[in-house]
Ligand binder design. Structure first.
Ligand code: HSE
Length: 403
């Protein structure tokens, strides 16, 4: 018998309880053992829950019960969740989580602790919601030298951008819809300012390139500066604006990781990823490009990934297989300032002045543009060069273009 405890009965925790019990027969068959939900730890009351007999308020009940083998942490944040994760691992229990903040900040330490205790620490649900991506990178693509991992890593912002374009909704209304659907973080500024995507690219970068990357090493820009005018111009040029997280291995072996909106050409399949869907492209020497696509947020898709990890941990109770990476440090990352790429520029200037400064550019058009507004895409150059050339102009927005 494998006994599971869930910490935190929010959107994801309640989804895990639902999937674990609804599919218990098929899950138990796959594990060749019975998987039982024994406890749910939450300080709140849920008298009408179908799992009401499982609720306890005190984590030490789980910690001190030797029959609990697997703890699912769906509390979120990096305070109580960190304490309970450490205590559960110390008590010899495998821990499964969807908590990207915790993994991005403390992943290396927690993996080491799990290894020293002979238990698993798994977090497939921390990136891409229901999309299998951690295991594919760490196992299925392990033969490759990986060059880059990039993707649409935040469902809420992708949902907002899509609803603004497709339904003409305001940013605020689209955000409210995302919150009502259970996609957004408790504090949605983590979504729209890019911090959620930042944590996820830290995890993907660590898995792909083998060193811990801390969120404060990753320059991060969200979608708050994107306007309908930008979306319109991009559309006219056969491109979409998407918030991307990128981690690129540079020639000297360091990792260039950042989060920012990008214009993406319609020929790249990632430009067609809409609503709450996420997509991650992995670039390796043997595989070329491989793209992973699916629901990036929401109760049941995320629960699907969590319960997949529960099954994996249950199947490997004795013969452990560990996720692992090396510690972080100042030598791990390099700034994206050195990247050479094309840039989308919107501002006020004459086309002749733009040509004089930039040489050949692609001018973009939209209907209803105010007089004097100019919009163009530059040839590839570093950000520093771009900023130097833009000094004489009044600029409203600049956005990276994915080559
Ligand atoms: N708020 C996150 C998102 C949830 O919108 O992608 C899934 O990590």
């Amino acid at each position: 018998m494998v006994n599971v405890a869930i910490l935190g009965y929010g959107v994801v925790g309640s989804g895990v309880a639902e999937v674990l019990t609804k599919n218990s027969d098929s899950i138990s068959r796959k594990v060749d053992d019975f998987i039982t939900l024994k406890y749910i730890v939450d300080v709140r009351e849920f008298p009408d829950s179908p799992f009401s007999e499982c609720f306890v308020k005190d984590f030490s009940v789980v910690e001190n019960d030797p029959d609990v083998n697997i703890v699912v942490e769906t509390i979120g944040g990096a305070t109580i969740a960190l304490e309970f994760t450490r205590r559960a691992l110390m008590a010899g229990k495998s821990v499964i989580t969807s908590n990207k903040e915790l993994v991005a900040t403390y992943g290396y330490d927690l993996l080491q602790l799990a290894k020293s205790k002979g238990v698993s620490y798994l977090f497939e649900a921390s990136v891409g919601g229901g999309i299998p991506i951690i295991r594919p990178i760490s196992q299925c693509l392990a033969a490759n030298q990986l060059y880059e991992v990039y993707g649409i890593l935040n469902g809420t912002t992708n949902y907002i951008l899509t609803r603004m374009i497709r339904a003409g909704l305001s940013f605020e209304t689209a955000l409210k819809e995302a919150q009502a659907n259970g996609y957004a973080e408790r504090d949605p500024s983590a979504d729209i300012e890019g911090h959620d995507a930042c944590r996820k690219i830290c995890i993907l970068g660590a898995i792909a390139f083998g060193r811990h990357i801390y969120p404060n090493q990753v320059p991060t820009e969200g979608i708050t500066k994107i306007t309908l005018a930008d979306v319109d111009y991009a559309d006219g040029a056969g491109k979409k604006i998407k918030l991307l997280g990128r981690a690129i291995r540079t020639e000297d072996g360091r990792i260039c990781a950042y989060v920012a909106p990008h214009l993406i050409g319609n020929e790249n399949p990632i430009s067609g990823v809409e609503d709450v869907f996420n997509a991650v492209t992995v670039r390796g020497d043997a595989i070329g490009d491989a793209m992973f696509y699916g629901r990036g947020a929401g109760k049941l898709p995320t629960a699907s990934a969590v319960v997949g990890d529960v099954i994996d941990a249950a199947k490997h109770m004795k013969a452990k297989k560990y996720l692992d990476w090396a510690p972080g440090g100042d030598d791990v990352t390099v700034s994206p300032d050195g990247l050479v790429m094309s840039w989308y520029v919107r501002g006020n200037a004459g086309t002749d002045a733009v040509r004089a400064a930039f040489g050949e550019v692609e001018f973009l058009a939209r209907s209803g543009a105010p007089a004097g507004e100019v919009c163009f895409i530059t040839k590839p150059m570093k950000q520093e060069t771009l900023e130097e050339k833009l000094k004489p102009f009044h600029i409203s927005n600049i956005i990276r273009v994915l080559d």
